[in-house]
Ligand binder design. Structure first.
Ligand code: ZN
Length: 359
């Protein structure tokens, strides 16, 4: 048994063509290079693992190497010392099915991490971030929304109405005793229409449009109590962190950095809280209204009116001429209050079932 190979003596880079004889009975190989006969025991050879169609390499105990295309004669008598890793890799390389399985497993693991790992990570990061930094982020977000075309413009609501809403919210907090630090801002909503938001750092924005839609201050206070729940649990900040973390991870995987650079205002307006966050905010609102002797039904009333308005605007939009469809009617942006809750009826149930409590 023999095979053709190139011999590298480990001293020069020059390849020397040799005929390697495999002596099974003697458990060795022999070949002649530069007139010298070389013999090596089989157990001293290190046959490197096969990878693709690359040449096979055999490390020799004298520091030299043999390089050959076909060493099946040698492999028949010697077990390769390839590590399990390399053998596994070679196996995968030659079994496309497993490659696909490995790929799917990688994608699934990535999805799992984005889905469950990132929210947990965001929670830790949020806890470790000083409130001043969060406030700064909120401030910048508000500035961004004020200067971006189509979002906020100065409020034109009646100053007396704004003052009475501010006072009503203040009384709620007096009754509640543990309101988080907040700042109320009034804006004309533009394309985001009848809406209310909690930005990072406790900034709560209420739009003229939702004030117009409300029948009384209690309804606005109910909406703001929900937003206060988001503030209390730092949902906006946690959600922003999640967005940044997910963006960084996706950019690392895809190499596309532009996804992170997209404007913060747009990102915030597209932000959706999880249902869990919305339920937490609702429960905070219900509890707050109970403590402040406000009728919980007010929350249900404004929510239903918001939904009816949105449905109405949807109908109008579909009936409009194509050119007018992109007008800033607000129909294309879902109110924060409804965003993660397609089922408004189930959501308002506890508010309808709870009586006003003034003890
Ligand atoms: Zn909400």
């Amino acid at each position: 048994m023999s095979f053709q190979a190139n011999y590298f003596d480990g001293l020069s880079s020059r390849a020397k063509p040799v005929l390697v004889r495999v002596a099974e009975h003697a458990k060795n190989i022999t070949f002649e290079a530069d007139g010298e006969k070389l013999t090596f025991n089989l157990i001293d050879l290190n046959v490197q693992a096969k990878l693709g169609t690359a040449k096979r390499l055999i490390d020799l105990p004298n520091g030299g190497k043999l390089e050959a295309f076909d060493i099946s004669e040698l492999e028949a008598v010697i077990p390769t010392k390839a590590s399990a890793f390399w053998r596994g890799l070679y196996y995968l390389e030659n079994h496309l099915g497993w490659v696909l399985v490995a790929l799917l497993a990688t994608v699934f693991a990535g999805w799992l991490f984005l889905q469950f790992g990132v929210p947990k990570l965001a929670e830790y990061v949020a806890d470790a971030t000083p409130p001043a930094m969060e406030e700064k982020l909120g401030e910048q977000a508000l500035q961004g929304l004020d200067s971006s075309v189509g979002y906020f413009s100065p409020s034109k609501a009646d100053p007396a109405r704004k003052a009475s809403i501010t006072a009503a919210l203040n009384s709620l907090c007096v009754a509640l005793k543990d309101c988080p630090k907040y700042r109320l801002e009034f804006r004309a909503g533009g394309m985001i229409g009848a809406n209310a938001f909690a930005l990072p750092g406790g900034i709560m924005v209420v739009t003229d449009e939702i004030i117009t839609l409300s029948k009384n201050d209690t309804e606005i206070v109910a909406v703001l109590a929900h937003e206060m729940g988001h503030v209390k649990m730092r949902h906006a900040f946690r959600q922003s962190l999640q967005g940044v973390l997910s963006g960084l991870i996706l950019a690392a995987v895809t190499g596309d950095v532009s996804s992170i650079g997209s404007g913060l205002p747009a990102a915030l307006m597209q932000m959706r809280y999880s249902r869990e966050h919305e339920t937490e905010a609702d429960m905070f609102a219900l509890n707050a209204m109970q403590k402040a002797c406000l009728p919980p039904k007010a929350f249900a009333d404004i929510l239903q009116r918001l939904e009816a308005q949105m449905r109405g605007e949807d109908d109008k939009t579909t009936k409009k001429a194509p050119l007018q469809q992109h007008s800033n009617s607000g129909a294309d942006v879902i109110s924060e209050m409804l965003a993660s809750h397609p089922d408004t009826l189930a959501r308002i149930k506890p508010f309808l079932a709870t009586k006003q409590n003034c003890n």
